[in-house]
Design a protein around this ligand. Structure first.
Ligand SMILES: [Zn+2]
Length: 128
């Protein structure tokens, strides 16, 4: 068995985190999962060119999938914090950095880490 490279570990982790958030939002349909796969393939190329960016892959895949879903399905993930007003999507912060998390710019709160959205949907208190 070849040891799994840090790069592959980062890609696997990114895929798992974004899939967990899709499952939390109940949008993990087969064609949505393929959007994640497409993003991972593209980011594999990207991170091979720039291995120092491995820690940024999860946030980038999350944003790729968010963009792809916006074209096909609509906003994702919807903000679970704001109970009223127009439905709006959460944003990934930092856009290019380690430890990405979902934030609501309207309420100005950090909702959950990427991959932990399931814990914040369903009435949990948002952490700031
Ligand atoms: Zn909000």
């Amino acid at each position: 068995m070849d040891p799994v490279s840090p790069l592959e570990q980062a890609l696997h982790a990114a895929r798992a985190l974004v899939l967990a958030d899709l499952v939390a939002g109940e949008v993990a349909e087969a064609d949505v999962v393929s959007l994640v796969e497409d993003s991972v393939v593209q980011r594999r190329w990207w991170v091979e060119q720039w291995p120092d960016g491995a820690a940024y892959v999860a946030g980038l895949v999350a944003q790729d999938v968010q963009d792809a879903l916006l074209e096909r399905y609509g906003r994702w993930p919807l903000c679970p914090v704001c109970g009223s007003g127009d439905p709006h999507a959460l944003d990934v912060e930092p856009e290019l950095g380690p430890n990405p998390h979902w934030v609501c710019h309207k309420a100005g709160v950090k909702v959950a880490s990427v991959g932990s959205l399931g814990g914040s949907l369903g009435g949990g208190m948002p952490s700031s």
